[in-house]
Design a protein around this ligand. Structure first.
Ligand code: ADP
Ligand code: MG
Length: 174
């Protein structure tokens, strides 16, 4: 029996840009698996130390990679995380960096309860396109795509585009 090959997709971007909203909906529409790296780390306590400045645990990147390796090798996984340079490059067939205008992002993060330095730093991360540059460094430029994520219409458009891309990939690779 032939096993259908399915692509792995990375959804990345500054906290609050809409990765989880898009990722969960995308998983429903495509049947691909969805992995939220933050949740995975929480469940498995895959942390290595504590960041005093941000008052949060520090991700143990090596253990996260070990934990996901087998699953990624099988394909068909959507990965959601606000960083991307520690995943093996070979894992992903396509990388999407979600982008949100800073006024929108500011109010979303405020709504999430972020204040002070944490709020400022995250908005600045988006303004400086930190994650986009990280993705362009870590992956082949031609597989990295920016997606606007400001309003519900963007979500619909992004979903449609990625679903189509998945369908095309399956045709080309099976
Ligand atoms: P992330 O996982 O990147 O931190 P979330 O998916 O949790 O982001 O989304 C953050 C907030 O932004 C949520 O309140 C969500 O409903 C909202 N949101 C996400 N995508 C959009 C969009 N395209 N338009 C408007 N609001 C959005
Ligand atoms: Mg999220």
């Amino acid at each position: 029996m032939k096993i259908m090959k399915r692509p792995n997709i990375l959804l990345t971007g500054t906290p609050g840009v809409g990765k989880t909203t898009l990722g969960k909906e995308l998983a429903q529409r495509t049947g691909l698996a969805y992995v939220n790296v933050g949740d995975l780390a929480q469940e498995g306590q895959l942390f290595d130390g504590f960041d005093e400045e941000y008052q949060c645990p520090v991700l143990d990147e090596d253990r996260v990679v070990d934990e996901l390796e087998d699953k990624m090798g099988d394909g068909g996984v959507i990965v959601d995380y606000h960083g991307c340079d520690f995943f093996p490059e070979r894992w992903f067939q396509i990388v999407f960096v979600l982008r949100t205008d800073n006024t929108n992002l500011y109010s979303r993060l405020e709504g999430r309860g972020y204040t002070g330095k944490k709020l400022q730093d995250n908005v600045q991360c988006e303004i400086f396109q930190t994650i986009y540059e990280e993705a362009m460094e870590a992956y082949k430029e031609e597989i990295v795509h920016q997606l606007p994520s400001n309003e519900p219409e963007d979500l619909d458009r992004n979903l449609e585009q990625i679903v189509q891309w998945v369908e095309q990939w399956m045709k080309d690779n099976n």
